[in-house]
Design a protein around this ligand. Sequence first.
Ligand code: NOJ
Length: 554
Amino acid sequence: MSQQQWWRDAVIYQIYPRSWADANGDGMGDLPGITSRLPYLAELGVDAVWLSPFYTSPQNDAGYDVADYRDVDPRFGTLADADALITRAHELRLRVMVDIVPNHSSSEHVWFREALSAEPGSAARARYIFRDGRGPDGGEPPNNWKSTFGGSAWERITEADGSPGQWYLHLFDVTQPDFDWTNSEVGDEMEQTLRFWMDRGADGFRIDVAHSLIKVDGLPDADAQHEMNVQNTSDLPMWDQPGVHDVYRRWRKVTDSYAVEGEDADRIMCGEAWVTPIEAMARYVRPDELHQTFNFAFLMSPWIAPELKANIDASLKAVEPHSATQTWVLSNHDVIRHASRLGFDPVPGPLQMFGIGVGDPQPDAAAGLRRARAATTVMLALPGSSYLYQGEELGLPEATELLDEARQDPVWEKSGHTVRGRDGCRVPMPWEGDAPSYGFGPTASSWLPQPPVYGDLAVDRQAGVEGSTLELYRTLLRLRRELRPGRGQLTWVDLGESALAFDVSTASGASMRVIANVGGEFLPLPNGAEVLVASGEFDAEKGLPTDTSVWLRV
Ligand code: NOJ
């Protein structure tokens, strides 16, 4: 079995820089904080980290509004801090992926400022998507597109002479103007940014809204616009248009040019492409495009065995024609943490994904954590690469009772207070149960308040404690390195309606069996099987209780 192409079965840990570790005590995480805590990740047993944006930014969308792609925001540190982080990570044999945000910049980017003070039709305007409005005085937006965060996707500007002017497109916040990717200057500039970070040692990129760069010519009205509700995302004029693949073919040439002969040193790209059907998503991982895309189908699957199975099956089949491996993920900085998401009664259909607050139905914390541990135990045995989100290794729940006054996600305001948004999964990490800010930083300051349960779940409360979620993750990751199921082949085993069971080949060529009891009665374990790891307690006689998973040597 080839061990090259490290990313094919890598476990990649997402750090949300605002919330992981705060070295200077201002309540906001920073790069020196991250560097000081990296040994924790080496010990956890992950292969790489992905850092959400830490670039110069007004932070209107927590850094996904980039004002300078090639500098570090002073809140997070300096370029020298970024260099030190990458160096330290490499010493610890951790690879580093950085986030690239190519669809839009911040409205504070120098290009956008130039565009605002330039004339309609000028070269400066042509880097973004400026259009005249509709209606007699141009007072109506150019089309009916909506911002993903709520409201129109268009904002009207005032021209330099004070007259009501053109409109610009922003698929996200009003301070996140979309670039015009048909303008070659945009592609050239972004290529320089890729090179800049690879020259500093970055091992790869996570690509923000990777499916949105190219819009249908003429920007026609859209029928109905939420990509998660459509069968085929590319039916909408702003998502998953064929031309976007040319961008990634160009980028692949750039990342490939950094490969080192004879070394397992691929610089990789993982696209965030919320695209349906899954075959369309798989087109992003054709051999001359991206290495990976996030597989959100798995994340969105309810805790129901046949649905999970169908999802995993379709995910594996979709990438086969492209000789790519699949990725798996259960949590990130945009969705309700899986320890809470899975704490609702499993029903077929779409899951609640974005924000829970005071007065909303609350998840069952115990069931959520049990299922989250079981789900992760399945995920880490699947062929392909897995992404973990900071704090899930502690079983952190979503902060579901965060007061609305504390919320900072633009989604809450822009949706007219109808969608609570993503702050609940972004609450700073607890490291020490008894320290101020639970050890997030040296002071009690924390940019979002931490719920008391975070103290009980802090790293120091779980390290070395048998049965803790942290020790479960450490065991899973240790075994995964040893057995390499991520490079294996999966064969389904039928153990009835409420079981998810498969064999997966391991490094030695022998198979291990993975069984999850997904909401069913006790499930007997095969005679003589050796339990390698279990997500919860099981009964030697009766077998595997509900919402529990095991890896077995059979
Ligand atoms: C996806 C990112 O994950 C999310 O946090 C951000 O708000 C949008 N893209 C816009 O950049």
